[in-house]
Design a protein around this ligand. Sequence first.
Ligand code: SF4
Length: 451
Amino acid sequence: MALTGIQILKMLPKTNCGECGIPTCLAFGMKVAAGQAEIEKCPYVSEEAKATIGEASAPPIRTVKFGGKDAELVIGGETCQFRHEKRFEHGTAIGVVVATGMSDAEVDGRIERFNSLRYERVGVLLKADIIAVRDATGDAGAFTALVQKVLQSAADAKLILITGNVAAMKEGVTACGSRTPLLYGATADNADDMATCAKESGSPLVAIGFILDEAVAVTEKLIAAGLKDLVIDTGARTLRESLEDNIVARRAAVTQKYKPLGFPTIVLPCDMTDDPLLEAMIASVNIAKYAGIVLLSDLQGETLFPLLLEQLNLYTDPQRPMVVEEDVYPVNGPTDEAPVVITCNFSLTYFIVSGEIEGSKVPTWLLIKDTEGLSVLTAWAAGKFGADLIAQFIRKSGIEDKVKHRDLIIPGYLASIKGELEEELPDWKITIGPREAGHLPSFLKEWKPAA
Ligand code: SF4
């Protein structure tokens, strides 16, 4: 059962040293209870307390990681059934299958599309994350060779190894080296051997059933064998079954804390139809309803892009504004005579303003001040975009070394702080820019540095 902040506080050293990054043990305990901090952040808590608190505060759907330490893919970690209750944590990972027995051209095409179909939206790189290598011919040598080919040709692909042959699985895992794969998987028949393989390699393992109940029996067996990092394939091979199984599993894990179903699920639309559009539709339904991973038979821009956007929309925390990093951004190759424009770090503002500047073709330095994702006026009203903070940012940003002039263009909505800002930055002339980003191009084209 979940512990309260006070119960967690009783197990903390109560020295208020602040080394966890939070000023007091009470505040830290509250954050751990709310799932906003990890107990490991306190270096002084006992191992026994760590185990007790970690177990009690673990999310009902376990967080599973694979792909290697440098570029881990994280799935699961979910704590609620509906997004409005809190938020969804880790977006459904999308993967493509390559199999032994496929022609080289087919495999190369899928890998090439995996590498090239990438899209940037509001500063987020949208792409497929997984290549699943399937042993379709029972030839262990061909399977390992295909694993090696994927490792060499797709540098950032996370791998799923699909084989029921334990010896082939071991060879595949060895070939992966530090790029820890997800092993697919353990059935009722080979669970013991696959569990040993997963334990020895430190890889997460998929528990496979023909129906949900059988998947539960396999996860129970694997948990009893000491495995913690599991993914579930409920055996569903129709849209309706996969949707129902995912809902049942999430509800049982979240509302009844039913451990055998407390793992992310993997869904295989690639095995449910030969129609690419129907496959995309099945994937879309399962992204909306709880799949941790969906595997597609191929990647095509017209179906992948909408799936990635759906994933982005569902898994973006609606309570946290999207932000870009505080920095100095060169737009259109600015020199030391280029205008300097400042605005807030709300993603939407950044992309609209930078888009207008880019379109104007005027080389410009765009300064983005951290306003915790608030828009210009809201940030100013909340005291996060005042003259004193802007002045501090200008001094530490390094912009004074990048331009010869001292002319700062502020958003038109901040006209009222012009005088205050000139007092804070006596070397600078403050110019009031337009209120709307759409008026920036003509403004910048006419801009001349102050004499
Ligand atoms: Fe308390 Fe530990 Fe945080 Fe120090 S590091 S304030 S002891 S919780």
